[in-house]
Design a binder for this molecule. Sequence first.
Ligand code: NAP
Length: 293
Amino acid sequence: MGFEMSRLVQGFWRLENWGMTKDELLDFTKFCLENGIDTFDHADVYGAYTAEKLFGDAISLEKGIREKMKLVTKCGIKFPSGKFPDLKVKIYDTGKEHIVKSVEDSLKNFCTDYIDLLLIHRPDPFMDADETAEAFVELKKAGKVLNFGVSNFLPIQFDLLQSRLDFELVTNQVEISAMELVNFDNGTLDHCQMKRVAPMAWSPLAGGRIFTEQSERADRMRETMKEISAELGDVAADQLMYAFLLNHPSKIIPVMGSGKKERVVSALKALDIKLSKEQWFKIWVSSKGKKVD
Ligand SMILES: NC(=O)c1ccc[n+]([C@@H]2O[C@H](COP(=O)([O-])OP(=O)(O)OC[C@H]3O[C@@H](n4cnc5c(N)ncnc54)[C@H](OP(=O)(O)O)[C@@H]3O)[C@@H](O)[C@H]2O)c1
């Protein structure tokens, strides 16, 4: 059996802004698990390299909880900071030494001995695919990382790395939302469908812009959502944003970004929303600002 994530994933990029105590973070995590969200998305770099440890400290409070979840983390971005004191500019590093060291650090931060899924955070113009693959093979052999994937990769970049591996990459995590359609248009989602790889969608609510942006486009989209909501019977805008992704045939997995339980409760309702093709295209057209040809 391949690697399976929950249909919704909880992300922790904004964790340091949530201002949670360890107990509150543990409580939020348990709430997600109780509601069937068992996959948690992190990156070494979140919170300026602090978020993984905040999470690890919280889950360490409850024995046995780690085994109930799938931990996703990313590596490959280095920026000048306490962690990299000699660095003067932000760089990508997908070399073997860095990947292995980054995983060792993530394991310590999470207080665990395995990562369920490791992603290369961003395509690295200096990537030596043989070397990156060598790191993956070593980490897999050691049982330190069970599955691998990429993030923000173009299909050709995905294929390059895949060509050096004798196991399958399991995802490409990219920005996808009703407000950010580029990956529908540039072949990324087609490529995922071709490979039968479920893409993960970051910023599925456009980072909250759908609720706050003051623009003609955002107003138009909110108006369209209201119309569809009336057709479906009082469905909230966030639920329609999720449904737009969940209904897509490439089996997009939204990665949610809020730390509020009520947002999670609302998102869960989107799992039951069936959009007609016409409703899906109404959202598409309103986002693009033009009819399909
Ligand atoms: N691979 C990558 O390069 C990459 C890049 C970015 C993010 N990510 C991953 O994707 C995850 C999600 O990204 P994201 O945080 O941008 O996702 P998002 O869910 O699109 O945006 C979250 C933001 O939307 C706001 N929001 C949610 N529901 C709302 C509502 N009903 N009304 C008003 N505001 C609402 C939240 O505010 P509240 O806090 O008030 O709810 C929060 O500020 C991250 O945690 C991270 O795991 C990956």
